[in-house]
Design a binder for this molecule. Structure first.
Ligand SMILES: [Zn+2]
Length: 178
């Protein structure tokens, strides 16, 4: 990760936000290929998400069981933010991780498979420290760490029938640089 991705926060927060990973970007429209967005000063409040809100508990538990990782330092909640951004993972230098999901995208949140792909992508950043992978094999996305979300067609054509492969792929995915 280059230095431009580092953001020094205001002193009141007392520590640095060292990485803002990002997330699910909708494919419609000219989707940016790099969604490592910076947050404006004052845009990060680590006091907000010390817990995992009820809509997210089941999918987080499923992920931590599947990958044998802890969610002890993870908070997850809803927050309206950037246009076209569905989810974000924030990583802080004190070890805290936060996932924020944009409630604007109700059609994704209420579709179990799309919601899982979105959450597993963010959890891939936040708990497995993974980078993006935008590679495709023909039309098939290689990883759920692709920088934009699977479309409904991709969910039914690739994610659901090949879920085991996608889960396994995360075990071999590229970690984010230190
Ligand atoms: Zn991402």
């Amino acid at each position: 990760m280059s230095s431009k991705d580092y953001i020094k926060l205001n002193g009141c927060l007392g520590f640095l936000l060292f990485a803002l990973m990002c997330s699910g970007i909708l494919r419609c429209g000219p989707a940016p290929r790099n969604d490592h967005k910076k947050v404006p000063y004052g845009g990060v409040d680590t006091r907000k998400f010390k817990t995992i809100s009820p809509p997210f508990i089941d999918v987080v538990n499923k992920f931590t069981t599947e990958f044998d990782v802890s969610s002890a330092h993870l908070g997850v909640g809803y927050e309206f933010f950037y246009k076209n951004i569905v989810g974000l993972c924030f990583s802080y230098s004190n070890g805290l991780r936060e996932i924020r999901i944009n409630p604007h995208y109700e059609e994704i949140i209420t579709d179990p498979a799309r919601f899982e792909q979105l959450m597993y992508h963010e959890l891939g950043h936040c708990l497995l420290n993974l980078e993006h992978n935008d590679d495709h094999e023909d039309e098939k996305p290689e990883s759920i760490m692709r920088s934009w979300l699977f479309s409904t067609d991709e969910i039914s054509e690739y994610y659901i029938p090949h879920r085991d492969e996608y889960i396994n792929e995360l075990n071999f995915a590229t970690p984010r640089s230190p």
